[in-house]
Write a new protein. Sequence first.
Length: 330
Amino acid sequence: MKTLYLTTSEEDLLKGAEIIKNGGLVAFPTETVYGLGGNALDGQSSRKIYAAKGRPSDNPLIVHISDMSEIEGLAAEFPENARKLGEAIWPGPLTIVLPKKPVVPDETTGGLGTVAIRLPANSAAQKLIANSGVPIAAPSANLSGRPSPTLWEHVKHDLDGKADAIIMGEPCMGGIESTVCDFTDPQHPLVLRPGLITPERISEILGIPCEYDPAILSKPEEGLVPRAPGMKYKHYAPNAQMVLYSGSPEDVKKAILEEEEALKKEGKTVGTIIYEDGKQAARNLFSDLRALDEQGIDVILASALDPQDPVNYSVMNRMLKAAGYNIKEV
Ligand code: AMP
Ligand code: MG
């Protein structure tokens, strides 16, 4: 298929919406990462999304809306706590998991009885959804297993010829995917995927405790069964081998330099990643991984972030997966 490249002009966003209405796929910017969207109420569209990404079909899609009133048509229940959180954060990098209505097809939810809903902050995304007149199911617009796209050029690299259209929107400012918060038990919100909205913040807004799903930071093979199905799959992996170094900043820098020299002597090309700050790390991680792959780097040596900081924690979740949990204490 020939992929159409669209701008964020009013006219182009109407063209994008026509494609969605006709069962096609449109990649679009959000404030977290780019999404690959299709009509969430059409099982066939969702099947196309899985096929284009090469994504396992039991890994559910997030349903994007442009107004909170659309939740009534999707969720069987919308508990007060979930509403309160949505009102406080949306539009923003938060996804809420609720029991689904039958109108949401199994293909969209990966066969689950729940639906994940988000109201993104990007105005092109909001217009695309509103113009389509249907909620838009969208996972990250990358080939399954690859780092998520934060620039439209990343989407082009992975999905040219596989999506009907790609919107050439702005770079994503958040840089990591939305926080997924499950409200199956409305009194015990559970974060299934860490993001820029932290459990501390959710807890503050709701006045009740909010915790991480214990499966989040453990290796998938180490047992805990994840409640968010996507957590069990390979994720964010660069082509290069990646190693994380954890310890004091001085020790980590020294260890990385030594390893870099040793690898270079073996004739390997090496890239290093050292972030000073969690938000900067979130914004740059995926695009740095992709840039190093473009350069054909063999090994990426990266400094781990201190997971005590809640934003660092969310970025470390991605870094560990990108590195295949290959972390060295120094
Ligand atoms: P992605 O679109 O690649 O960011 O992946 C979407 C992710 O959202 C999935 O991998 C799950 O982790 C999460 N998700 C979507 N729907 C549900 C749901 N119904 N229950 C739990 N997690 C969900
Ligand atoms: Mg993804």
